[in-house]
Design a protein around this ligand. Structure first.
Ligand code: IPE
Ligand code: IPE
Ligand code: MG
Length: 247
């Protein structure tokens, strides 16, 4: 798609009806690489470049929250070599992008138990969170060692603890209060979920938050995901009739 076509597409977006929160399951890196007879980590490397692009595109457009699924609680099942490669890419991404992210007034947050990450990736992530904590153009919320079921169980444990300590009453627990016990505390639920790579499933992503999210699936692999696909997803989203159970 050339620049003119891309601009025409972008102009179709209704700026007054943007999804506030876009979530992306960045999938298909491995297959992208395998199709090229490259090691899977080459796909992750290419996928990291798309993260750089899409973060900028989303912030420029005026998206307020961008959640990216980078590493799931189940991804530890993968070969050690692949996991090490992913952790190295995480460190590389933060080291090379943090200045730009900060300059663009983007706030880095994570969801998932980052205490289980290896030391250096964990330190870099913490640095990024600390450095950008007062930024307010867009929240970049990265799922790292994240699983929706884990998040719900953790929330239940923490809420039980607060009940026991007398901080809240059991009778007062409702969806609003419970959402404060999730990693996404303070964030609106995703309006739009994008999953490339052809898989039609959630893979344990934001199970609680996604109750009324609009889904957008595509067959392309994440390393092939471009600005145009992001715009197309938003244009499709803007055609949806969101009823939230009403009429
Ligand atoms: C997504 O790509 C990246 C991570 C899960 C970290 P995959 O590695 O799952 O790629 P496919 O699904 O095997 O093609
Ligand atoms: C989901 O993709 C996790 C991330 C994108 C980080 P997976 O590739 O791990 O999911 P499955 O195994 O295809 O369901
Ligand atoms: Mg996958």
């Amino acid at each position: 798609m050339d620049k003119k076509e891309l601009n025409e597409l972008k102009n179709k977006i209704d700026i007054n009806n943007l999804p506030k929160h876009v979530a992306i399951i960045m999938d298909g890196n491995g297959r992208w690489a395998e199709e090229r007879f490259l090691p899977r980590n080459a796909g992750h490397q290419e996928g990291t470049k798309r993260v750089v692009d899409i973060v900028e595109v989303a912030a420029d457009l005026g998206i307020k929250y961008l959640s990216l699924y980078a590493f799931s609680t189940e991804n530890w099942k993968r070969p050690k070599e692949e996991i090490n490669g992913l952790m190295k890419l995480l460190v590389y991404y933060i080291r090379s992008e943090l200045n730009k992210i900060h300059k663009n007034n983007i706030k880095v947050q994570t969801m998932g138990d980052i205490s289980k990450l290896p030391k250096i990736p964990k330190q870099e992530v913490e640095k990024a969170i600390e450095r950008t904590k007062n930024n307010n153009k867009m929240v970049l919320n990265i799922g790292l060692n994240y699983g929706g079921r884990d998040e719900i169980i953790r929330g239940i444990k923490n809420i039980l603890y607060d009940v026991k300590m007398g901080k809240i009453n059991e009778e007062d627990i409702d969806t609003k209060i419970f959402s404060n016990y999730l990693y996404t505390k303070g964030m609106p639920d995703p309006d739009l979920l994008i999953r490339p790579s052809g898989e039609l499933r959630l893979s344990n992503f934001m199970l609680y938050q996604i109750a009324y999210t609009e889904f957008w699936f595509s067959d392309i692999y994440w390393p092939d995901f471009r600005e145009e696909h992001f715009y197309k997803a938003i244009i499709d989203y803007q055609k949806r009739d969101r009823r939230f159970g009403g009429i």
